[in-house]
Ligand binder design. Structure first.
Ligand SMILES: [Zn+2]
Ligand SMILES: [Zn+2]
Length: 355
């Protein structure tokens, strides 16, 4: 079989690899090749890194340096059992020197090669930060309340829900889940949002926690590159009454637990559960909030009646025992003044939906 001549060294050989004898092949072939200078792109604002054409926040700078080298490294196509050892060394904040060691087998012969590359860190603005700084938005979120203005507490609570929801979405890789601008007015807040999808998710979260509802609409914003550009508007309405609000309606005194597509609460006079629809709550007036209820001392308890010391007049008044009640004589219980006199509040079951 020694009948092939290597065109490079002129020796007889058993076969040619890439047109050469084995000796010449190993002398002229590189196991690995890396460009001398590589560039890693990092966002100067949020620290995100560009890998494989996509921005993400998943890596540290040394990791991104290694990844940049790995992506640019050429490995011989005939190499098997490849083991790479890539070690970055920081020279300056913008420059890493990287040593690369490769061990592999080519046609069952072990091969080892070392080389070096330089990775320069380029700081630019990522897709998200450049959109945010350019005030880019896809949707407007209008936070309002039905028949009233949202309170400062509610606005703070909404912003907390929005920020934590967007953060979760960003952590999952959604780089459009951001607020690029906001405007606060007396009747609510307008937020300019990077994505309609994220805005919808945020609205659902707020409605789940605080009640109310939202509606979406789209309107023609303008034309870009010959195409109509639409912007979505999400109108979020916090409910007229929040959990913990105590309202009077047609002689009833009701503590609201939830005011959404349906209304639930406690009928404080009857001492029973209350269920209704928002439409049937028209004309209800807010008379107190649980959070600001006064305390009255329990003088005595008789069957279903409580004798309380009126916190304003210090007279003893008899009221009905609330649905949930475990206080004893001498304890203080929350009470409110209504048009039908003093009413004791039941114990709280859950403060989850409370403001
Ligand atoms: Zn040869
Ligand atoms: Zn960024």
């Amino acid at each position: 079989m020694n009948d092939i001549i290597c065109p490079k060294c002129g020796e007889f050989t058993q076969g040619l690899v890439d047109g050469l004898c084995k000796d010449c092949f190993f002398k002229t072939s590189n196991l690995i090749e890396a460009p001398l200078v590589l560039y890693a792109k990092i966002c100067s604002a949020c620290g995100a890194q560009l890998t494989k054409g996509k921005w993400n926040n998943d890596y540290t700078i040394p990791e991104i340096v290694i990844q940049t080298v790995e992506d640019a490294l050429l490995i011989h196509e005939k190499a098997d059992n490849i083991e790479l050892c890539i070690e970055p060394k920081q020279m300056t904040p913008h420059l890493y020197r990287v040593s690369i060691e490769a061990n592999a087998t080519i046609m069952e012969e072990p091969v080892r090669q070392m080389t070096e590359a330089e990775v320069r860190i380029t700081r630019i603005a990522c897709d998200m930060c450049s959109r945010m700084s350019g005030n880019y938005f896809e949707a407007i979120l209008q936070i309002r309340a039905a028949s009233r203005y949202p309170t400062e507490e509610e606005k703070t609570r909404c912003m907390r829900i929005i920020n934590s929801t967007l953060e979760k979405m960003q952590n999952k890789g959604d780089r459009t889940a951001f607020i690029s601008n906001s405007a606060e007015a007396r009747d609510g807040i307008d937020l300019y949002m990077g994505s309609a999808n994220a805005t919808r998710i945020v609205c659902k979260e707020i409605v789940t926690e605080l009640g109310g509802g939202f509606a979406e609409s789209s309107s023609l914003f303008g034309r870009k590159d010959g195409k109509d550009v639409y912007r979505m508007t999400f109108s979020l309405r916090l409910p007229e009454f929040m959990a913990g609000d105590i309202v009077e309606l047609k002689g009833k005194v009701i503590e609201i637990k939830r005011f959404s597509k349906s209304v639930t609460g406690t009928d404080l006079v009857k001492g029973s559960k209350f269920n209704s629809q928002p439409d049937d709550m028209k004309g209800a007036t807010l008379i107190a909030k649980r959070s600001t209820a006064k305390k009255a001392v329990v003088v005595s308890i008789e069957k279903n009646d409580l004798m309380l010391l009126d916190p304003d007049t210090y007279e003893t008044v008899t009221v009905k025992m609330p649905l949930l009640f475990s206080a004893s004589e001498g304890d203080e219980v929350p009470v409110i003044k209504t048009s039908i006199g003093l009413v004791a509040l039941p114990e709280e079951t859950s403060r989850k939906n409370d403001i």
